[in-house]
Ligand binder design. Structure first.
Ligand code: RAM
Length: 908
């Protein structure tokens, strides 16, 4: 064993970064987890902040929050709407407002002051937030649009086709000096709004998608700098988005695009003016965007440009009077998850001419967003066509077989000879390669920019090791995850699907949360799931239910519960659990009613989806020995949901439900083991790794049998699969952590670093820059081989962070208030460098183990702490430095309790 003393004499030295008395700072003020948010809809918004100092072991002892209507009052401490008083507490994350009632449109200022074991802070900087429109009666605007198909080729049938709508409204702002202007706006499917020719925000493809019959989101923007005294012009462009959806279907095509806008201006004297969407607006669909469809692409005819339409002074006399449209039906709701944005720009790496005059552009990376064209030479009336693909055929042409019916084609028709610049407004593509036709000369790389588009959110984590397969897998995951955020987590970004499939994210959402601040996205998605629930309690495995699929299965709907749990665990946000508790309970009861027989859950739809098949050309395995029975999957996962509900019931004051959940869970466990467990061989059912690992990790294995079950998992993996993964998307959710927790991190590491099929490393070997849908994505039937799906990541990212870096919540702790840091050291891995920006601040873990030397840099943010555990063979000397709270030496190793600060543990 590697226990052979690699580290003969290891000395711990705890180095404090900047030991001298550091001033206590309060930073990163957030309301509802956002800095200075605009348009909140909760009456008890929650405050968070971070504290730091250069002296270690910083702990908050009390806080005081104050809220006022103006900065001046707040500074003076007068007319406060809320003064929390000094509250003895070490909590600094998600503290709810408890002051006077908040009102529609209200703008509020707040500050916080803390007391700590290192003294008191000053008052923080002043931060603010504003409220949205809280009542339906606040709305005076009407839904408007152009209520007909009036252009050639337009259709709501099959592959839908429709031109963008352009709407405009001149207005005067003459009543005095403008104090403030706020716009509340929704445009379905997608809108772009302009005030006096300027975009009201950089957001794209707004508002966020929803199940429109139940809910419609609107956005709030402070547009004070854009409104001017005198003549003004409000203009909006409407695209189809998911409202006039991409394919004919009653759950995808809800109606023609429509706008709801209300601009509220307040003058210095307190008087108000409200500009609303109504029949006085003008509309046209005869503009340059002659078609837009997220699957099929955008067609832009520059000859139809409406120069200056978005500014005052444009002659719109030929435009139509806007039609009043029906309200889309759903509850008008202030959107609190950020919209999509262009989050990054990349440059292509090569251009290859083909013999037929076309060119192939290589972005060097499978990305999601669109292509912007810069100063490209075109010819009058000669369309230039862009087709988007993830992969090339061997002859260098683009491979479109895996895109199915999506046409993925943008077309630009120049109005004149010469250079033009352009980018689409209402579509996005998943692509690495672009085929360009219609050019007379070879373009330059500088003619193109890849715009990477996804929900605005912070990148919170980075991860690097001494192993290149792990590093590239992490990068592929990073690109795949963000490429599949579109106001909902999608399965894929390129083919004619792009839906919010639940199963793909059940465990993945947790791993993703280390890399991206996905709190808002997932809490919004849990609402989509409830909005898509059937009256009987069934959950649609695609939510929002643009594809309405109620199977009453368990493994896909489990994502609802797992995502809510993730939000609590990772961010300390218990709101989604509270909000959806009743809906989750309804679902569990429904499934019990229609699927449970003798305490076995019988219904399952997808099996252990996408396990590596016995033949490389297959999508799904046909070999019964590889497949895990549906009832095994449903029953183990249902059992885990009941256990989660026990936790959720505790958290939400629903203790009365607990005995019922526990009793049912007990009976299910018993029935499951009676039916599927062979006590002699310690094998579940047909002994697949998935059957055994789910039973083990979800807690169904009879006490005392765990080791034997685990041995079967190892045996099967090593002998039958030569140290390779054999699971689909279900087994993989527990595999890496399971192998590690039961003592075989080396096997987990082998799986993580394999380069032969099936493995993440194999995908990389075959040129993948994202994660594939299938382990055999290069050889399987193109009907289902997306090159950008994230579901096969399973618990890999969690394993990177928790087990390799040792960044993990202490049992019972949430949001990393207290960490459990016990990295594992697989043979062959010599260093790990990880960072994660938690709600308390940035956590870092960087260890290296080389030539018998061990060194570990740890950073713990202010107001949090960590229990660090290292094995005996590292022979850690008892540390005695500031910040070290406690040291316990046991038979197995050493346990050190650290307060905040930066530490280095080194061997000699
Ligand atoms: C495919 C989707 C998705 C998966 C379902 C079952 O069509 O791409 O990834 O969850 O099937």
């Amino acid at each position: 064993m590697r226990h052979t003393i690699l580290f003969t004499a290891i000395l711990l030295s705890v180095l404090l970064v900047g030991c001298s008395g550091g001033k206590l700072k309060v930073t990163s003020l957030k309301v509802e987890m956002q800095e200075n948010p605009v348009g909140l809809n909760t009456l008890a918004p929650r405050f968070s902040w971070q504290i730091s100092s250069t002296t270690p072991d910083l702990v908050q002892q009390s806080y005081q929050i104050q809220v006022a209507l103006t900065e001046e009052e707040l500074k003076k401490g007068i007319n406060l709407l809320w003064d929390s008083g000094v509250v003895d507490s070490d909590l600094s994350v998600l503290i709810p407002y408890r002051g006077e009632s908040l009102v529609s449109r209200g703008k509020y200022y707040w500050r916080v002051k803390v007391n700590s074991n290192q003294g008191s802070s000053d008052w923080s900087k002043i931060a603010h937030w504003s409220m949205a429109l809280l009542d339906d009666s606040d709305w005076q605007a009407k839904w408007i649009g152009e209520d007909s198909l009036s252009n050639p080729g337009e259709t709501a049938a099959k592959n839908t086709r429709l031109a963008a709508r352009y709407l405009r409204k001149p207005f005067e702002a003459n009543k005095g000096n403008i104090q403030s202007a706020v716009i509340y706006v929704s445009g379905l499917g997608s809108y772009e709004a302009y005030l006096n020719g300027k975009r009201v925000s950089e957001d794209v493809l707004a508002p966020t998608v929803s199940w429109y019959p139940n809910r419609v989101y609107y956005n709030t923007f402070d547009v004070t700098p854009l409104v001017k005294k005198g003549a003004n012009l409000l203009a909006v462009k409407l695209g189809n988005g998911r409202f006039f959806g991409m394919r004919e279907s009653p759950t995808q095509v809800f109606g023609l695009p429509r706008l709801l806008a209300q601009l509220e201006i307040e003058y210095a004297d307190g008087s108000k003016e409200v500009i609303v969407s109504d029949e006085t607006w003008k509309v046209t669909s005869k503009g340059p965007i002659v078609a837009n469809n997220e699957f099929d692409g955008e067609e832009y005819d520059a000859r139809l440009e409406l120069a200056g339409w978005e500014s005052a002074g444009y002659d719109d006399s030929s435009w139509l009077q806007a039609d009043i449209m029906d309200a889309p039906g759903g509850k008008l709701t202030a959107q609190t998850n950020p919209n999509l944005r262009v989050m990054e720009e990349i440059k292509p790496v090569s251009i290859t001419p083909l013999s037929d005059g076309k060119f192939i552009l290589d972005m060097g990376q499978n990305m999601v967003g669109w292509l912007k064209v810069n100063n490209l030479n075109g010819k009058k009336d000669q369309p230039i066509t862009f087709r988007f693909a993830e992969i090339l055929n061997p002859d260098s042409t683009i491979y479109l077989a895996n895109i199915r019916s999506a046409k993925v084609t943008d077309i630009y028709t120049p109005a004149r000879d010469g250079a033009f610049s352009w980018e689409p407004s209402f579509v996005y593509h998943g692509f690495r390669f672009v085929e360009i036709s219609g050019l007379d000369e070879e373009p330059a790389l500088s003619n193109f920019t890849g715009k990477v588009v996804y929900d605005r959110m912070e990148t919170t984590g980075w991860f690097e090791t001494s192993n290149q397969v792990i590093n590239q897998t992490f990068k592929n995951a990073y690109w795949g995850i963000r490429g599949n955020y579109r106001g909902m987590p999608t399965d894929c970004p390129q083919r004619d699907e792009r839906q919010g499939w639940l199963g793909d994210r059940a465990t993945g959402c947790f791993g993703e949360a280390f890399i991206f601040d996905n709190a808002h996205l997932y809490s919004k998605w849990t609402q989509d799931i409830e909005d898509s629930q059937s009256p009987e309690g069934s959950i649609s495995v695609v939510s929002p239910r643009y594809w309405t699929i109620y199977h009453d299965d368990v493994t896909w709907p489990a994502a609802y519960f797992y995502a809510a749990k993730m939000l609590y665990h990772q961010y300390g946000d218990s709101e989604p659990i509270r909000k959806h508790y009743a809906s989750m309970k309804r679902y569990l009861e429904r499934v019990q009613e229609v699927s449970m027989q003798d305490f076995i859950l019988t219904k399952d739809a997808y099996g252990d989806w996408c396990m590596p098949p016995e033949r490389q050309e297959l999508i799904h395995s046909q070999d019964p020995a590889r497949k895990t029975a549906g009832a095994v999957l449903s029953t183990t996962m249902y059992y885990s949901l009941l256990n989660l509900m026990v936790e959720f019931a505790q958290l939400t004051g629903n203790e009365q439900d607990i005995p019922g959940f526990q009793e049912l869970a007990g009976k299910i466990r018993e029935a499951y083991n009676a039916r599927f467990f062979n006590a002699d061989s310690a094998k579940y059912d047909n002994n697949t790794v998935t059957a055994n690992i789910l039973s083990l990790q979800l807690g169904l294995v009879p006490e005392g049998k765990e080791q034997q079950v685990f041995d079967n998992i190892v045996q099967k993996t090593e002998v039958d699969f030569d140290g390779h993964v054999s699971t689909g998307v279900l087994g993989i959710q527990q595999l890496m952590r399971g192998l590690t927790q039961h003592g075989n991190v080396d096997l987990a590491y082998k799986i993580a670093t394999n380069e032969t099929y099936p493995s993440w490393g194999y995908m990389i070997k075959k040129g993948a820059t994202t994660i594939w849908e299938l382990w055999n994505g290069d050889t399987a039937d193109p009907a289902m081989n997306s090159a950008n799906h994230v579901m096969l990541l399973g618990d890999l990212i969690i394993w990177y962070y928790e087990d390799l870096a040792g960044i993990k919540n202490y049992p019972g702790s949430v949001a990393y208030k207290k960490l459990w840091m016990e990295p594992k050291f697989p043979e062959g891995l010599s260093h790990v460098k990880a960072s994660y920006k938690s709600a308390y601040g940035e956590i870092r873990s960087e260890w290296s183990r080389e030539n018998g030397k061990f060194s570990w840099n740890i950073t713990i943010p202010g107001n949090s702490s960590a229990v660090v555990k290292l094995p005996k063979e590292l022979q850690i000397a008892t540390p005695d430095q500031p910040g070290v709270r406690n040291v316990t030496e046991t038979e197995s190793g050493i346990e050190i309790v650290l307060g905040s600060g930066s530490y280095t543990l080194v061997s000699k």
